[in-house]
Design a protein around this ligand. Structure first.
Ligand SMILES: Nc1ncnc2c1ncn2[C@@H]1O[C@H](COP(=O)(O)OP(=O)(O)OP(=O)(O)O)[C@@H](O)[C@H]1O
Ligand SMILES: [Mg+2]
Length: 344
């Protein structure tokens, strides 16, 4: 960096964070040096350092450091199982989910109920389904059937078959058919939402307080997961699609009060699929590796996700706009089948 004219303070290698998939070297910029200038030379630094791709360079939030993320020669897989075992009892109306670990080793656990919806985007093979299954496993570990309902839409018919017989499913199965998926989502948006709204409106409170006050009538939180949203909307014509989106958005806007949460995943983070209307209602967003910086902007409102490494390497954008790099944990299919047998 100095050779390229950047004024930086002396780097202490001990400041570096050795994360599961990257090493984050931390540096402080001198005087009125700007981070933008360093970021624009990321490709040149990649060549100087003989890196396999362009490194992500950014401020490290809540510190005076900036960081340059260098991929490790061999990344470490983070096993999901021990993280699930360490989950405690959720607080009232909380839906704690494990996202993964930051480069400094911090475990990121967030409350899905607080999001209250999540957008997950990434190119094929970037780690979306593995991650989404992990989210579901987090929830299944903490909630007994009856206390949580899941609506799983898997138009690709591959990644969620293991969940098929679980006693948590609305409609009794993982939905793979596009028309069935649309019907189920519209039922959620039109009747179930309405039913819940009526229930709480009569006693003028939110679902959370309602459940505490009237445990006998408690309504379980519902998490609706759509893996490959584009496959669902692509089968509709323009008018159907707009009306479907409208329904989803009405649901999204009201759902915090009625404990219905959407997780929408897509391989195609283009502005046509992830419309501004959809985005406006999905405050919490995750980008796995995407193809272009335009894709990254659509998801995160900033470039960067095009330089992620794949295999569960992600950028998580909080509601506040803060973005952190996280490595998602992993569980192989055999272990998952065993695990589901135990809890199902
Ligand atoms: N967190 C992870 N840790 C280690 N390896 C991972 C992780 N996530 C994904 N992988 C590897 O990447 C492969 C593809 O992941 P996954 O099926 O989740 O991709 P995807 O984004 O859902 O792709 P598609 O859009 O094609 O469905 C996995 O089979 C696994 O080998
Ligand atoms: Mg997938």
């Amino acid at each position: 960096m100095r050779r390229r004219g950047i004024q930086i303070m002396k780097i202490n290698p001990d400041d570096a964070d050795v994360g599961p998939s990257i090493v984050r070297f931390k540096f402080r910029l001198a005087g009125n040096e700007s981070l933008k200038k360093v970021q624009t030379m990321a490709e040149d630094l990649a060549r100087d350092l003989a890196l396999p791709g362009t490194p992500i360079i950014d401020n490290i939030s809540r510190s005076t450091f900036a960081g340059i993320d260098i991929p490790r020669e061999r990344s470490e897989t983070i096993p999901l199982r021990p993280l699930l075992d360490a989950l405690g009892q959720p607080g009232p109306a909380e839906l704690p989910v494990i996202l993964g670990k930051t480069p400094d080793g911090t475990l990121i656990r967030e409350d899905l109920a607080d999001f209250p919806h999540l957008l997950v985007a990434g190119a094929t093979g970037s780690g979306k389904s593995v991650f989404l299954r992990g989210l579901l496993l987090s929830l299944l570990t903490q909630y007994r059937p009856g206390n949580l309902e899941l609506l799983i839409v898997d138009p690709k018919r591959t990644d969620f078959t293991f969940f098929n017989r679980l006693p948590y499913l609305r409609g009794g199965k993982v939905i793979v058919d596009g028309n069935e998926a649309r019907t189920a989502l519209l039922e959620l948006a039109r009747s179930e939402m309405q039913r819940r709204q009526d229930l709480i409106a009569n006693r003028s409170m939110r679902m959370k307080e309602f459940n505490q006050r009237y445990p006998d009538e408690a309504q379980p939180p519902i998490v609706a997961l759509i893996d490959e949203y584009a496959l669902l909307t692509n089968m509709m014509d323009k008018k159907e699609r707009e009306s479907f989106e409208q329904d989803l958005m009405i649901l999204a806007a009201a759902s915090r009060a009625v404990s219905i949460h959407l997780i929408i995943a897509t391989q195609h983070p283009s502005a046509e699929i992830v419309t501004s209307k959809l985005k406006a209602n999905l405050d919490a967003r995750i980008a796995f590796k995407v193809a272009t910086n335009t894709n990254s902007r659509v998801v995160l409102d900033t470039p960067g996700a095009e330089n992620l490494l794949g295999n569960g390497d992600m950028l998580f954008r909080r509601k506040s706009g803060e973005i952190i790099r996280i490595q998602a944990p992993f569980m192989d299919e055999m272990t998952m089948m065993e695990y589901l047998k135990q809890i199902g």
